[in-house]
Design a binder for this molecule. Structure first.
Ligand code: 5GP
Ligand code: MN
Ligand code: MN
Length: 473
């Protein structure tokens, strides 16, 4: 059926409930972004809005595109009570995937001068790609600890500072994780993978701050023009993927009577069911695995930089995940409700004054880390008051415009490498073929997506970053 979003206001659209939909869909997008939103994304949004216990409205971010189950760039909250559900496909395969940004005091001129050397050193030090395997060997007990402790495990084992944890969502450890709900196979997959980047859209990027857009917030974040930053985009590797695979299957097999899933990819379990509770605890373990992974990668990055620039200081701005499900309080139709909010390809965005925001960023709002592409900008935003309308969420990237197959057809690996080199971006990859799937032409215009998000009031621009070095899987 031909469902069309109705324009509500500048950059705001709504799909009113039709058919099986229980709540509306609220879309944050410009005219241009709506026009490139494919029918599959719209279908997936309306399907999410049809699930039992869905509360308020399903939210769609300006970077949204179709995914497995929920679209990427989708936020949906479900009532904590009997009627609410949790969906493994609603969190996604890369549980806890996110971005960590570090800030350095290395003069830009020194990075420019030694760009090739830095790129080579990072490429050697941080395992990436489909075959990249970890320098750390872990036993079963250590894996269990990682699933329970997250980034805190890595810090406890000498890979980072206490301050890193303060500058990480949930202080680096998601409470309520239970390794016992994670299959042996999923746990074993961490053995050779802690501290590895992975492939595809995951990246380690050395960036330069090319403009500041909010002087006060930038000062609070420790950001200045021409500063060198480091961003790490990675997730829970094979462990998270296996947790998702295991529970999507279990949810497909165990749908409650009279509750057919609207789509197998959107299989779900009641929150109060044994399966629902087990997935929640396993998903939290997956998030901890991702937090430990980014902490470990950050440690290796620091070590590499300290070898090249012995007197440099590298601090952490923030680490935020964008594939999650959180228990949160939201006001729905004037009533405070306890919800389980799925964010798939969306970051939490708590503005200044929000009760759940810690003291560190109370002055500015939570940092929101937005990737662009290896050839374009990335952005650092801070959450703003308007995020109340997006269930306190913001976009996580530019968002795909082309599928991987389409990108492969349109982008020659050779000419991409040449173009990036010409633009002064040093790229290192294990697979030029896979790199083509991630070409800048495969993504939406990150500046326009960011402008749109900020125009709706969910976030404010703090700084724009440009890539100098990009390590890809
Ligand atoms: P996702 O988590 O959905 O896989 O990716 C998040 C976002 O990262 C994408 O929407 C895209 O805008 C961005 N991205 C993908 N590859 C790169 C890259 O190499 N560098 C940067 N800075 N961003 C990227
Ligand atoms: Mn990921
Ligand atoms: Mn991601």
């Amino acid at each position: 059926q031909n469902i069309r979003p109705v324009r509500k206001a500048e950059n705001r659209w709504r799909i009113y409930p039709v058919g099986t939909m229980r709540v509306p869909v609220d879309i944050f997008a410009s005219e241009a972004l709506i026009s490139v939103m494919d029918t599959e994304t719209i279908h997936q949004l309306t399907t999410a809005a049809s699930l039992p216990g869905v509360a308020g409205s399903v939210i769609c971010m300006p970077d949204a595109h179709s995914g497995y189950g929920f679209p990427i760039g989708c936020v949906a909250g479900f009532c904590a009570g009997k009627e609410g559900i949790i969906s493994a496909g609603g969190v996604g395969y890369d549980i806890g995937c996110g971005v960590r940004t570090l800030l350095t005091d290395i003069p830009a001129a020194e990075v420019y001068a030694r760009r090739g050397e830095i790129a080579d050193a990072l490429f050697r030090a941080i395992p990436a790609g489909l075959k990249g395997s970890s320098h750390l060997s872990l036993n079963a007990e250590e894996i269990k600890q990682i699933l329970h402790e997250g980034a805190a495990w890595a810090v406890r084992n000498g890979m980072g500072e206490k301050e890193d944890l303060w500058h990480t969502e949930e202080n680096g450890c998601v409470a309520g994780a239970d390794a016992a709900q994670v299959s042996t196979e999923a746990r074993q997959r961490l053995t050779g993978q802690l501290g590895t980047l992975g492939s595809g859209n995951h990246y380690l990027e050395i960036q330069i701050v090319d403009s500041i857009h909010d002087t006060a917030a930038a000062a609070h974040f420790g950001l200045a023009e021409n500063q060198i930053a480091i961003s790490i985009h990675s997730g829970s590797r094979g462990t998270g993927h296996q947790i998702a695979t295991d529970y999507i299957k279990a949810m497909q097999n165990a749908l409650p009577d009279g509750h057919p899933a609207p789509d197998p990819s959107l299989a779900y379990a009641p929150l109060t069911s044994d399966l629902g509770r087990r997935y929640l605890a396993a998903m939290k373990a997956g998030r901890n695995c991702a937090l430990a992974n980014r902490q470990t990668i950050a440690h290796m990055v620091r070590k590499t930089f300290l070898r090249l620039f012995p007197s440099c200081r590298i601090t952490q701005l923030y680490d935020v995940s964008h594939n999650t499900c959180n228990e949160e309080h939201h006001v729905i139709e004037g009533q405070s409700r306890r919800l389980f909010v799925h964010r798939k390809g969306a970051t939490r965005a708590l503005p200044s004054g929000h009760a759940a925001l810690g003291p560190l960023f109370d002055a500015t709002g939570q940092p929101v880390l937005v990737g662009g592409s290896m050839g374009t900008a990335s952005w650092i935003l801070c959450a703003a008051r308007g995020a109340e309308a997006s269930m306190y969420s913001a976009n996580h990237g530019a968002g795909r415009l082309l599928s991987r197959a389409q990108a492969r057809k349109r982008q020659q690996p050779r000419s991409l490498m040449d173009a990036l080199k010409h633009a002064g971006i040093s790229v290192r990859t294990h697979s030029p073929q896979l790199l083509a799937e991630e070409a800048p032409l495969a993504y939406k215009d990150v500046d326009h997506v960011t402008d749109t998000a900020c125009a709706t009031g969910i976030a404010r621009k703090v700084a724009r970053l440009r890539p100098l070095i990009c390590i890809k899987g």
